[in-house]
Design a protein around this ligand. Structure first.
Ligand code: GDP
Length: 221
């Protein structure tokens, strides 16, 4: 049995809905609103340090940790160790807030400056339910995603729509790591979620408030 810790980080301006996306992703029972008609309460003030998604392929175990900024985003800058050794990043803007869209490139620059890997990127335009207040067109998000070499989705953490795109990122990260392990011959790298692989469970590690915390998972933060 080989255990592997994989780190994915959330990025984006304060208030774009990062914590809400993570909360929604971690509470799949609330996903009954693909039609966008059922509104669910989001819990923005309850911050996770990270959540863990367990993947298992054959005898190998991979713990995918998705880290939240725990309030550091308010300062538009996050401690460099937040980025260290991250294999993937979820970059979030608010479709009703152009400033948050304009800030994405800065966030990605910061990520690429501090991350020693070449992280897989997912760009999310959140709050797609606020149609009448939209300031950033879908095409603009798509264009930015292409320039960043990122996948792109518009989501609503409020209604749960498209939140499963986080799963797609996880699969892509695992796939990239598997390919790397084939090239380097590093047998401790996790394998891709090829047929037969599945998410076993989603665990949460909650903190009482959005405060910077010490890593409890064993992966570097
Ligand atoms: P963070 O600072 O990026 O973690 O943002 P939060 O998750 O704390 O959310 C900020 C505010 O936006 C809260 O009031 C949320 O309820 C609200 N919010 C988050 N996601 C959505 C969404 O998809 N739609 C709407 N309408 N509001 C949202």
């Amino acid at each position: 049995m080989v255990d592997r810790n994989i780190k994915i980080v959330l990025l984006g301006n304060s208030g774009v809905g990062k914590t809400s996306i993570l909360w929604k992703y971690n509470n799949p029972s609330t996903f009954d609103s693909e039609d966008g008609k059922t509104e669910h309460e989001v819990e923005p003030t309850i911050g996770y340090e990270y959540i863990t998604v367990q993947e298992k392929i054959g005898k190998n175990k991979a713990n995918v940790h998705i880290w939240d900024t725990t309030g550091q985003d308010r300062f538009r800058s996050i401690a460099s160790n937040y980025y260290r050794r991250c294999a993937g990043a979820i970059c979030v803007y608010d479709v009703t807030n152009r400033e948050s869209f304009n800030a994405i490139e800065d966030w990605v620059d910061q990520l690429r400056n501090y991350c020693d890997e070449d992280p897989v990127l997912l760009l999310i335009g959140n709050k797609s339910d606020k149609v009448s207040e939209t300031e950033v067109a879908t095409e603009e998000g798509e264009k930015l995603a292409i320039s960043l070499n990122a996948a792109f989705y518009e989501t609503s953490a409020l209604f749960g729509s498209n939140i499963q795109c986080v799963d797609k990122l996880i699969q892509e990260v695992l796939s990239v790591m598997h390919k790397k392990s084939l090239i380097t011959g590093d047998c401790t790298s996790t394998q891709s979620r090829y047929p037969g692989a599945s998410i076993l469970s989603v665990k949460t590690h909650t903190t009482k408030s959005k405060v910077k915390g010490k890593s409890k998972c064993g992966c570097s933060k």
